[in-house]
Design a protein around this ligand. Structure first.
Ligand code: NDP
Length: 388
């Protein structure tokens, strides 16, 4: 540990942040030197007294400029692990931008990060992967973005925050037709729908598809997009209200999979012909039944685990020459071009009114735990936004 790492409090903060040049006056420098010496001697009172009032005021101002509020986890677990606290943001490094966030998207993947189903690189961590806001600073080497640009993103972890640093090459500039809230609500779910319907499987007028959780965030966007592509959409949903909502967003048929056997219903609806593709984000509870809804050579797209992960299975379960894939948005938007192409098509679909993004639930950022409880409790429909 260096001597700077070894001190704490105001003086430590100032030295660690290398703010001496910003503090300015000679007397402030002297105060910091004395404070630093006091801190090394382990005398916090001496340290506080040594700092002049003006230096303290300026340090407080600098502190408020670099600190943000965020929802962090220090260990994996239930919603009680979500802590709303102060975090240091810092200056953007090479290839980074600093963002003041105006809206944060909440997604089911955030619950996987919270519980540890999906591993995080390190703890403590600010969770969340989606947001929109304004760039307040750019780091070295960032040439295509500038202070004041309105942007949104899906992917870089750490979005449950009032401010954050983020990789510039994952930011997408927002057109005037897309509000910050709409962007935060749709970047992850909308770009997911785009790759699922246009790339994982090419959905068109000839396609009969099964889409689970059709009234959810991804679901309502998928219903509208698939309808625009001319497909026959068989959705599933967990309540009469959700069924109505899915129908209103373009689902041709909707099955209540909590009260009905969805395989039998798919057989009835399709006259035994079954589906070309089954989009399954439920995981454990709908496996292997979703496979039974597919025609020979149909495609099972397992893209989520709302009820828990799909258990290990024998390849012979893919009877009838079925195809199986386990796609992720990142793999479909890994290059800057893929990201921008996907986002551009999503912006077109929303900007032209073919898709309406339903922000059905808004929570203050500090109440992220309530949002997690409702999402996991199957109480939500459409998209969820946290308000920083
Ligand atoms: P949703 O708004 O769709 O919420 C999940 C829905 O799943 C619930 O509302 C509920 O709807 C249904 N569900 C069924 N069983 C359960 C259960 N046991 N516990 C909780 N919910 C259940 O969430 P999102 O739109 O954020 O995400 C949908 C899915 O898509 C998730 O599985 C997510 O991981 C996945 N996803 C995958 C991506 C990828 O690239 N692979 C990217 C983005 C999302 P109902 O009551 O109608 O059953």
């Amino acid at each position: 540990m260096s001597h700077v790492d070894g001190i704490s409090g105001l003086a430590g903060f100032a030295l660690k942040r290398n703010v001496r040049t910003r503090i300015g006056t000679k007397s402030d420098h002297s105060a910091l030197k004395i404070a630093f010496a006091g801190a090394r001697m382990g005398k916090p009172l001496f340290r506080a007294a040594a700092l002049g009032r003006s230096a303290q005021t300026r340090l407080s101002r600098i502190r408020s400029e670099t600190m943000a509020k965020a929802v962090r986890i220090h260990e994996h677990g239930g919603i009680d692990k979500l802590r709303f606290e102060d975090v240091e943001v810092g200056q953007p490094g090479p290839g980074q931008v600093r963002l003041r966030q105006t809206a944060v998207g909440l997604n089911f993947i955030d619950t996987y990060h919270r519980t540890g189903l999906y591993k995080l690189p390190a703890l403590p961590a600010v969770i969340g992967v989606e947001g929109a806001g304004v760039i307040t600073q750019v780091g070295e080497g960032v040439s295509d973005l500038k202070e004041g640009d309105r942007v949104a993103y899906a992917g870089p972890i750490g979005s449950y925050a009032t401010e954050r640093l983020a990789p510039a090459d994952r930011m997408v500039k927002l057109p005037a037709s897309i509000s910050d809230e709409t962007a935060a609500a749709m970047m992850l779910q909308g770009m997911t729908v785009r790759y699922l319907l246009r790339e994982t499987f090419s959905v068109g007028p000839e396609t009969t598809m099964l889409f689970h959780a059709a009234a959810g965030g991804v679901g309502l966007i998928a219903c509208q997009w698939a309808k625009a592509l001319g497909a026959t959409i068989i959705g599933t949903a967990g309540s009469p209200e959700k069924i109505e909502l899915a129908k209103a967003h373009g689902c041709t048929h909707v099955i209540n999979y909590r009260t009905e056997n969805f395989v039998e219903r798919v057989k009835e609806i399709t006259d035994g012909k079954l589906c070309d593709v089954a989009y399954d984000s439920i995981g454990k509870d709908t496996f292997p039944a979703s496979l039974d809804c597919l025609k020979p050579r149909g495609m099972w797209v397992s893209f989520g685990n709302a009820s828990g992960p799909v258990p290990p299975f024998e390849l012979t379960a893919l009877k009838g020459s079925l195809f199986a894939t386990r796609p992720s948005l990142f793999a479909y938007t890994a290059t800057r071009k893929e990201l921008l192409d996907n986002a551009a098509e999503l912006f077109d679909m929303v900007g032209s009114g073919k898709i309406k993004i339903e922000v059905s639930h808004r929570y203050p950022l500090a109440a992220a735990a309530d949002a997690h409880r409702d999402l996991e409790g199957r109480k939500t429909t459409g998209s969820i936004v946290l308000v920083p």
